[in-house]
Design a binder for this molecule. Structure first.
Ligand SMILES: [Zn+2]
Length: 100
């Protein structure tokens, strides 16, 4: 039997958590607390791995390359392949990639 209530609750929680709009990592898990703008303030959109001093650390990257990178990182963390794929598949919908 499908537990619809549980699914709805977890979706609700996920939409409230800010994610890096480049790699999809939760900003709350960023050890530096987020990326930085050119003037040194914290970025509200990107994590410290993607965005430093107002610039993307890998400006030529494509959404597909980011999907592969994140999948690889998740597997390094012993996350099973199917789960890593599922977690990485929404990356192309993030703000950084939406215009590509
Ligand atoms: Zn990021």
């Amino acid at each position: 039997m499908v537990k619809a209530v549980v699914t709805r609750n977890s979706d609700h929680v996920q939409t409230k958590r800010p994610l890096c709009q480049s790699c999809g990592r939760p900003l709350s898990k960023d050890e530096k607390g987020g990326g930085t703008e050119a003037n040194g303030t914290k970025s509200a959109l990107y994590c410290s791995h993607c965005y430093v001093a107002g610039k993307f650390t890998a400006p030529d990257m494509t959404a597909q390359q980011m999907v592969h990178l994140v999948e690889g990182k998740l597997k390094e963390m012993y996350i099973p392949g199917f789960l890593a794929k599922r977690m990485a598949k929404d990356i192309p919908t993030l703000k950084r990639w939406a215009s590509q």
